[in-house]
Design a protein around this ligand. Structure first.
Ligand code: NAI
Length: 286
């Protein structure tokens, strides 16, 4: 029987979430996605207008189908958390049931269960500021959107995940090495995400036989990465210095994700898996 995957953090065809969706679809999984509320309209209308058709093509020539798109804002766990200014914001007012708890309830109602949970989202409002200049508010917002969002997703989705299911998130090596430019507490958020991956692997593994891993991906010129402003520099640095001197494609991360959530990886949990052309292994650039 085919597996069902919920992928949080898909809003265009450039990012890792989209590539992971494609690799999972190519392997036979049913795809449902969670899209950030403010990005929902343009994503849905672009899909409808066929703007992504070229990038929907799977290896067998068919087009990836997305069974359902849920509006999601992963910084809010339930309606009680949503402040007035967001409730009345016109980008949010057109959608409903987009807190994490409500999305999990909707998925349960529509599909019953899922097998795979993917977290491919991050946000740090002060990412372009050095850590020394980051405000408390900006730091906590980075942790809320990029780290706690994963705990919240797992907490609410584990009850509808089939035993033997699997979950992954995306992290970045700025968690453990100095990457100037990845500021605003985003490096801290990724460090938390990686540590949480281990603890959550223990808890979800013991409780529900669910595996939890994170992919430490190399640089990709996604929408989010372009917003940081230093992505071209990081891509060129990797090209010049990594053991494998080729541009990293999102598909390579998608394929690693498909492996990690498959039975081929049935003994892998609590791990940080590098999919970065080997750049993490270098001590100095050469
Ligand atoms: P992306 O722009 O495709 O994905 C980020 C997504 O997060 C967007 O769709 C955005 O709408 C969504 N999002 C932001 N705040 C949200 C919220 N509160 N609730 C729900 N969704 C929200 O960009 P990318 O780069 O593919 O990012 C995916 C993951 O990959 C992130 O965790 C990122 O940190 C990670 N990553 C990216 C690298 C890169 O070079 N692009 C390198 C290593 C990790």
């Amino acid at each position: 029987k085919g597996k069902r995957a919920f992928i949080a953090g898909v809003a265009d065809d450039n990012g890792y979430g989209w590539a992971i969706a494609k690799s999972l679809a190519a392997a036979g999984a049913e795809i449902i996605v969670g899209t950030w509320v403010p990005a929902l309209n343009i994503f849905e209308s672009s899909l409808r207008r066929g703007k992504f058709d070229e990038s929907r093509v799977l290896p067998d020539g068919s087009l990836m189908e997305i069974s359902k798109i849920y509006p999601l804002d992963a910084v809010f766990d339930n309606p009680g958390d949503v402040p007035e200014d967001i409730k009345t914001n016109k980008r949010y007012a057109g959608s409903s049931n987009w807190t994490v708890q409500e999305v999990a309830e909707s998925v349960k109602k529509d599909f019953g269960t899922i097998d795979i949970l993917v977290h491919s989202l991050a946000n740090g409002p002060e990412v372009s500021k050095p850590l020394l200049e980051t405000s408390r508010k900006g730091y906590l917002a980075a942790l809320s959107a990029s780290s706690y969002s994963y705990i919240s997703l797992l907490k609410h989705f584990v009850p509808i995940m089939n035993p033997g299911g699997s979950s992954i998130s995306l992290t970045y090596i700025a968690s453990e090495r100095i990457i100037p430019g990845y500021g605003g507490g985003m490096s801290s958020a990724k460090a938390a995400l990686e540590s949480d991956t281990r603890v959550l692997a223990f808890e979800a593994g013991r409780k529900n036989k669910i595996r939890v891993n994170t992919i430490s991906a190399g640089p990709l010129g996604s929408r989010a990465a372009k917003a940081i402003g230093f992505i071209d520099k990081m891509i060129n640095y990797s090209l010049a210095n990594a053991p494998l001197q080729k541009e990293l494609s999102a598909e390579e991360v998608g394929n690693a994700a498909a492996f990690l959530v498959s039975p081929l990886a049935s003994a892998i949990t609590g791990s940080v898996i590098y999919v970065d052309n080997g750049l993490n292994a270098m001590g100095v650039g050469l």
